[in-house]
Each structure stands twice: as structure tokens, then as C-alpha cells.
Design a protein around this ligand. Structure first.
Ligand SMILES: Nc1ncnc2c1ncn2[C@@H]1O[C@H](COP(=O)(O)OP(=O)(O)OP(=O)(O)O)[C@@H](O)[C@H]1O
Ligand code: SF4
Ligand SMILES: [Mg+2]
Length: 331
């Protein structure tokens, strides 16, 4: 995938990035199996934009997210950040880039130590990664709290004393503590009530504008991603099957899987001519340890042909910056 405007340079670039897990052990009857959780994923993220990443459960979103921020090592391909190859960085060199590449998790509670006060949780990355004095750390913690809409007295409380939405504010503040350039948000609102989701989405948008942040925003449903992202990429079984400018992808999905996902999103009733019939998503996704030979979506695709079942379609450009991996894309 590429962009028509290569200037300024991409902030993050994944090139054929892959992550393979070994599953099962010597004692299982099936023996060792491998799951290609992320399979040759390529994309660029431009400074200041939000790239939305969607796909159903188990398609590899979290694995990709963790590879992007180098919490996991990828097993193939290349990852560039700020123009530098960071695929195999380790030790001090990795610690140096960590502050600029941060992650917000779906369930902030599991990533927040329940025995530490919130002020302490926000201070921790500052103590580890910066040389700020205790007074400067305290000042920055107050600043972070204000940034995400927490009151100073709430810094004395423990994570369990907060609601889900407030806990996500703490998770966001922690991710922002070291002034990152890129934030990968892995389903940051999926665990929240719908009314609270909007608050967190708005907060992230506001922070992006104020701090010049770049986001990779992951969700399993398209409607949230539509609100926040400039470009959207759709994943099936570890691979990107369609990507493009969000408006274009939503108005004219080219991949049957994207169209099926969109069919689950309520659309306004057209004034005349009736709704365009879109294929529904039926059937379970294939076993990731035993993916189809051809198109990853072929077992569930209403338009599948023999060619689809035999030959895996590559990503190709059907319009400027609109890419699809399908032998028979939709009009
Ligand atoms: N540590 C691991 N060891 C082995 N397999 C793993 C591991 N983590 C993930 N997987 C497998 O990799 C695939 C992708 O999982 P991942 O959690 O990245 O998907 P996801 O899209 O984030 O799903 P969800 O929407 O449910 O969060 C799945 O088949 C999963 O079982
Ligand atoms: S390549 Fe074939 S099976 Fe795959 S999405 Fe396109 S039409 Fe469907
Ligand atoms: Mg996940």
C-alpha cells in the first residue's frame, strides 16, 4: 500500500510484516502447529493521520498492534519508524524509541497495577524514562490528569475506584506521559458503554489535534473506525484485504468482506431506487492454523470461483490509494 502524497515521509511503515506463533506442544496429538497471525502486512501511516484497522475476532489485530509498537517481535518483514529500521532493535536502542511509540489497550484495568495509586501509575514511566526531578514528575502528572479530564484529587485513588471510561482516561494519560508521536489504540472503546464510547473517541480526537498525534485505531466494528480514521484497512486471517481513504472505502467497498462488514452497520434508507444488496457475512472464519490455499475469504464469499479457491489474490490498486486483494472486486 502507498499514498499519493509521499511528502512528508511516513511516520511508520510496515513492509511485508509477519508474526507466526507456534501453538500446541510436543505432548499434543496434533503435534506442533503454527499460526500466521500476521501475514505479510504492508502499509504506511502518515504524520497526523488516523489509520483505522478493522477485522473480526482472531484476525490478528492485537498481534499486529503489538508488533507495531515492538512489544512483540515480528518473525518476518520490516518495520520502519521515523524513517529508521526498528524491526530488530533491542536493548538500549529499543528503550530509546519506546517513549515515542505507545499503546492504549482495550482493557486498561489489566494493564494498570491495582495496588498503585493513579498518580503513581502516571509517574512511573516518567521516573523510568526521563530525568525529571520529583517536583517535575508531580507537575507532569497533574498536567496529564488535566489533559484527559481527571481531577487532581483523583490521582490519590486506586484503579478499582474508577468507572470503565475513567480507567480508559488513565490508560490514555499513561500512554501520553512520554509525549509519543504514534499511539496504537487496540479497541480502546470496545469494552465501554456506547454513551461512554463517544466521550473517549472525542477525547482521543481532541488530543490528536492538540498534541499532533498520529494514531493506528483498531476496532472490530466499522462504525467506530469510520468516525475517527482518515484511511481504513480491513484484515482477514492476518492479512490486509482492502485499504483506502475512509470515505471511499465506506461509499464503495471493493472487497466482498468489507461489504459484508458494512452490511452489519446501519445505513440510511435511500430515498429512491432501493438499497444496494450487499452480501451478509455467514459462516465461521477458517482455522488460522490451516488457512485456505487461495483467497482467505473464499470459504465464506458468495462470489467465490475456482480461481479464488486456488490462487491467493494480491493487493492491487483499483483507485489512487485504494487497494484490494480480490479477483472479482465489487463495482
Ligand atoms: N501468544 C499467542 N500464542 C499463540 N497464538 C496466538 C497468540 N496470540 C494470538 N494468537 C493467535 O493469533 C491469532 C490472532 O490473534 P489476535 O489476538 O491478534 O486477534 P485479534 O484480531 O486481536 O482478535 P480479538 O478481536 O478477539 O481481539 C489468533 O488465531 C490467536 O489465537
Ligand atoms: S477473491 Fe474471490 S473469494 Fe476472495 S473475496 Fe474476491 S471474489 Fe471472494
Ligand atoms: Mg485483539
Amino acid at each position: 500500500m502507498s499514498s499519493p502524497s509521499p511528502n512528508p515521509p511516513a511516520l511508520l511503515e510496515a513492509d511485508q510484516l509477519g508474526k507466526r506463533y507456534r501453538v500446541g506442544g510436543a505432548f499434543t496429538r496434533a503435534g506442533r502447529r503454527e499460526v500466521q497471525a500476521v501475514d505479510a502486512v504492508s502499509f504506511k501511516v502518515w504524520p497526523g493521520e488516523t489509520l483505522g484497522l478493522v477485522g473480526e475476532s482472531g484476525c490478528g489485530k492485537s498481534t499486529l498492534a503489538r508488533c507495531l509498537v515492538r512489544l512483540h517481535d515480528s518473525t518476518s518483514g520490516t518495520l520502519r519508524f521515523e524513517g529508521r529500521d526498528i524491526t530488530r532493535l533491542s536493548g538500549q536502542a529499543l528503550r530509546e524509541i519506546r517513549p515515542r511509540l505507545q499503546m492504549v489497550f482495550q482493557d486498561p484495568y489489566s494493564s494498570l497495577n491495582p495496588r498503585r495509586r493513579v498518580g503513581d501509575l502516571l509517574a512511573e514511566p516518567l521516573r523510568v524514562h526521563t530525568r525529571r526531578s520529583p517536583a517535575e514528575v508531580a507537575e507532569r502528572v497533574r498536567e496529564l490528569a488535566a489533559l484527559v479530564g481527571l481531577r487532581p484529587e483523583q490521582l490519590e485513588r486506586f484503579p478499582h475506584e474508577f468507572s470503565g471510561g475513567q480507567r480508559q482516561r488513565i490508560g490514555i494519560a499513561r500512554a501520553l506521559a512520554l509525549e509519543p508521536r504514534l499511539v496504537v489504540a487496540d479497541e480502546p472503546v470496545s469494552a465501554l458503554d456506547v454513551s461512554i464510547q463517544a466521550q473517549i473517541v472525542n477525547l482521543l480526537a481532541d488530543l490528536q489535534e492538540r498534541l499532533g498525534l498520529t494514531y493506528v485505531f483498531i476496532a472490530h466494528d466499522l462504525s467506530v473506525v469510520r468516525q475517527v480514521s482518515t484511511r481504513t484497512a480491513v484484515m482477514v486471517l492476518g492479512a490486509i484485504v482492502e485499504s483506502g481513504p475512509t470515505d471511499q472505502l465506506y461509499a464503495r467497498p471493493a472487497h466482498p468482506y468489507t461489504a459484508a462488514l458494512l452490511a452489519a452497520v446501519p445505513v440510511p434508507r435511500p430515498s429512491r431506487g432501493g438499497a444496494k444488496v450487499r452480501p451478509m457475512l455467514v459462516g465461521d472464519p477458517p482455522d488460522p492454523a490451516n488457512p485456505p490455499v487461495g483467497c482467505r475469504f473464499s470459504p465464506r464469499c458468495p462470489a467465490a470461483t475456482d480461481r479464488c479457491r486456488e490462487v491467493r489474490p494480491p493487493l492491487w490498486a483499483i483507485a489512487p490509494d485504494h487497494w484490494v486483494a480480490c479477483h472479482h472486486p465489487l463495482d
